[in-house]
Ligand binder design. Structure first.
Ligand code: NIG
Ligand code: FE
Length: 412
């Protein structure tokens, strides 16, 4: 058989080819195949077998993996990809111990990025988004979720969503779009958050019509939106046919995890301070917990949350960077894998499920991303690593050697 690309001499292959999402103790079961090869044709994986049997395939592009690790492209399930400006000046405030929500209350934090995003042109935002996508790609990410939420008024929210749509056309990575208009309360609505949510709801029809987002998300937190407000908002979005996501139980345990399950959200994100009841409900639901330990790290928290207990209780978890200019400023999901190992005490086996198959299910791409299988899109990473344990172990640098997206080498 003639193929476009033949990868030979794969030392360890993780196909992650499971019926997902993978829950609880099953996250620790990670089949590893050794001495493997993969044939790619027409953007898809067409052959997986022992390296010694790959002589039946011929190709003009043979990539010798030289005994390295090969896995599915990483799936990044939670980012705030499109924003103007940056917030490096807040680092000093953080060092002085000013809490994240206090910075927001003083008009900084998310609201400062909102001002910068409102002032940025469409072209500036697009260029910046493409830059960050390149960085994600070079770190082994092949599918990424992207949220709006730095507009907080109609035009800028739409501008952000259109930038995501355009970036998806221009960039090889697959992008899944989420409308996060309910990300903070703009100053002029401080005393009437309900009216602000009404304004954001007015965008639902246009977003649907223009296919600008698949999911609707809200920040349920002290000083932002209450559980009751979030419930009403999310149910309206559901009525309009959107999938639901929620920034829940990040700082204060308000019951956002329970709400995520109640409204049938595809994912509840953060969940660092979820209650026992929330964890139990999540374990008995189809909602995936997207855990973001980069934010605990970056906001200087001592407590990294309850991911260990969540898996032990039977939850399906994904792990993501939460890439954004305030609470987690990195495109490097490999670094987050190390933090998950060291601070959340997750095993490497659990972590690999959390950044591939489960992350894909958390953004509605379980049937096309996060897995290497014959007939599927060829989204594949060859790592400068001898085995899968190595990635969380050797931290803070980029181990991606070759990144293949839709059967094309996009980084080497
Ligand atoms: O997921 N928690 C709310 N939103 C983002 C942070 C956004 C920002 O600080 O700019 C988060 O952590
Ligand atoms: Fe976030």
């Amino acid at each position: 058989m003639e193929v476009d690309i033949l990868i030979t001499n794969i030392g360890e292959l993780l196909t992650m080819d499971k019926e997902g999402p993978v829950k609880g103790k099953q996250m620790a079961e990670l089949p590893v195949q050794t001495d493997m090869a993969i044939g790619i044709q027409g953007g898809k994986v067409v052959w997986i077998g022992k390296s010694e049997e790959s002589t039946s395939l011929s190709s003009s592009q043979i990539i010798n993996a030289k005994g390295r690790l090969v896995t599915p492209g990483l799936v990044e399930a939670h980012t705030h990809l499109v924003f103007g400006g940056s917030r490096e000046k807040e680092l000093a405030l953080k060092q002085q111990g000013v809490p994240y929500l206090e910075i927001l209350k003083q008009g900084g934090g998310i609201l400062s990025t909102v001002r910068a995003t409102q002032h940025a042109t469409y072209e500036e935002l697009l260029e910046k988004a493409l830059f960050h996508l390149d960085r994600m790609a070079m770190h082994g990410i092949t599918t990424v979720e992207a949220k709006s939420g730095y507009g907080l008024e109609k035009d800028t929210e739409l501008k952000q969503l259109k930038v995501v749509q355009e970036a998806a056309k221009k960039h090889p990575l697959d992008i899944v779009s989420t409308f996060l208009g309910a990300h903070a309360i703009p100053a002029h609505y401080k005393d009437d958050p309900e009216a602000f949510l009404e304004e954001m709801c007015e965008l639902f029809d246009e977003i649907k019509r223009e296919n600008l987002a698949e999911f609707v998300d809200i920040f349920t937190e002290t000083g932002v939106f209450t559980v009751e407000q979030s419930r009403r908002y999310l149910l309206k979005a559901k009525e309009k046919g959107f999938g639901l996501k929620i920034h829940a139980d990040e700082i204060d345990p308000l019951g956002g995890t329970e709400l995520a399950v109640e409204v049938g959200a595809i994912s509840g994100d953060h969940l660092a301070v979820a209650t026992d009841e929330g964890i139990e409900k999540l374990a008995n639901s189809e909602t995936i917990g997207v855990i973001l330990p980069g934010t605990s790290f970056y906001l200087g928290k001592d407590d990294y949350g309850r991911a260990r207990e969540m898996i032990d209780a039977g939850c399906a978890l994904a792990i993501s960077t939460d890439f954004n200019p305030g609470s987690s400023v990195t495109e490097n999901l490999q670094l987050i894998m190390s933090i998950a190992a060291l601070k959340l005490k997750l095993s490497p086996e659990e972590i690999w499920h959390a950044v591939t198959v489960n992350a894909a299910y958390a953004i509605g791409r379980g049937d096309e991303a996060g897995t290497i299988a014959e007939g599927r899109k060829a989204d594949i990473v060859i790592w400068d690593a001898p085995n899968y344990l190595y990635i969380p172990y050797h931290y803070g640098v980029n181990h991606a050697n070759t990144v293949i997206k839709n059967g094309k080498v996009i980084y080497e």
